[in-house]
Design a protein around this ligand. Structure first.
Ligand code: GLN
Length: 406
């Protein structure tokens, strides 16, 4: 006999509405801070996106692509023109020979490239090593792909002009038989660290010894300061076949809303990444991929100018923060500055960030969102300086209102 309606509804209600995975992480704090900034009319130094125009030639290329009716799906793993431009650029800048037909997957931003890569290579219970503080996406990425993150600390320098470093023994101890991959991000968000050749060589040794992959997020590769050099781990001996290199247009060409990124890997890995990508999103925006091909063909001066302009912005914001009482960790790359907020006497980073937002009119990212245990980031907040000089001027004026405890 069929069950009476009431009974059927009661048993349906007993099921959890939300998946365990979705219960295990919160929405992005970085992206929430952008909404909070809008709400409070605050200057947004939280989420890392430029508030200045993208290069005119790239915008023109996008307009032309739409006018030429490049309005239907591109090939699911990326328009050929863009894949060829990615291969040519990697040859020029890294000396890597990449087959655009078999080794590149264009995705909806490097965010999708990262999750598609993890879904393509991990099995339940596999461990992935993540340096901490970490870009917050890597936490939910691990949960969604059933992998277990194993965090290794990047220790802040005693002298803020120094470098964040990992302890070789701690990193070695993190590797084991279950280690599937290490996630790297160089230049690093949020610390601004640029991994050195020696550090990458050490990581390479461990990847070889433990048969692990390197998944390397190199989205800030052109944003470097003080002579720092970017090195792709894929170029090191033995790493070409065991590296997934992730990059995208967002940061290099100031188009974070276009959502065009990519993953570069051996044909075997690429085949799996392409399948996952296909069923996640089918493809990245077709006309913007055409514009991407134009962007990646810009001359070397474009990149030199990009880095120099960001250096100026870094050197604009850091003194203003320091004068207000922040201890600033000087970044060597990317466009963020991690700071220590001990001088302000707040209980934690979240209450400080709230005060800064509501009373001073500046949005930042609470440090705890870059750590597994919130207490580890309780004395830190991150500022993004990818903003117009006028924006940084106004931030400087507002920072002058901030009071120290003593
Ligand atoms: N990478 C940027 C940041 O850390 C944001 C990227 C994003 O929100 N998708 O602020």
């Amino acid at each position: 006999m069929p069950k009476p309606d009431a009974e059927r509804h009661a048993s349906a209600a007993a099921k959890p509405l939300i998946s365990e995975k979705a219960e295990r992480f919160t929405e992005s704090v970085i992206r929430d801070m952008t909404r909070q900034a809008h709400l409070h009319g605050a200057i947004n130094l939280a989420q890392g996106f430029p508030d200045f125009p993208a290069p005119a030639e790239i915008k023109r290329a996008a307009q032309q692509a739409i006018a030429a009716d490049i309005n239907q799906y591109a090939i699911t793993w990326g328009a050929r023109s863009l894949r060829q431009a990615i291969a040519a650029k990697m040859k020029k800048w890294q000396g890597l020979e990449i087959d655009p037909e078999a080794e590149i997957t264009v995705c909806c931003g490097s965010t999708e490239a990262m999750i598609a890569s993890l879904l393509a290579v991990t099995n339940a219970g596999d461990e992935i090593i993540v340096f901490e503080p970490f870009y917050e996406n890597y936490g939910p990425d691990a949960i969604l792909s059933d992998a277990r993150p194993h965090f290794v600390t990047l220790h802040p320098p005693a002298d803020p002009a120094g470098e964040w470093r990992f302890d070789e023994r701690e990193l070695r101890a993190a590797f084991g038989p279950r280690t599937k991959a290490i996630i790297l991000n160089t230049p690093n968000n949020p610390t601004g660290k640029v991994f050195t050749r020696t550090e990458l060589e050490f990581i390479r040794e461990l990847c070889l010894e433990f048969d692990a992959l390197a998944i390397t997020d190199e989205i800030y590769e052109h944003i470097l300061y003080d002579g720092a050099k970017h090195l792709s781990i894929a170029t090191l001996d033995g790493m070409r076949e065991r590296t997934i290199t992730i990059n995208g247009m967002s940061k290099t060409y100031s188009v974070t809303g276009w959502r065009v990124g990519w993953a570069v890997a051996s044909p075997v890995l690429t085949n799996a990444i392409r399948k996952v990508h296909d069923f996640l999103t089918v493809g990245a925006p077709a006309p913007l991929q055409e514009a991407g091909a134009a962007a990646l063909s810009l001359p070397a001066e474009y990149y030199a100018q990009l880095a120099e302009r960001y250096r100026v912005r870094r050197d604009h914001l850091i003194p203003a923060l320091a004068a207000a009482g922040f201890k600033c960790f000087r970044p060597q790359g990317a466009y963020y500055v991690m700071t220590d907020i001990s001088a302000f006497g707040f209980d934690d980073d979240v209450s400080f960030a709230k005060h800064l937002l509501q009373e001073i009119g500046i949005a930042c990212v609470p440090g705890s969102s870059f750590y597994r245990h919130p207490r580890d980031g309780a004395r830190q907040v991150r500022f993004a300086f990818c903003k117009k000089p006028e924006t940084l001027d106004e931030a400087t004026r507002r920072l002058a209102k901030l009071k120290l405890t003593s």
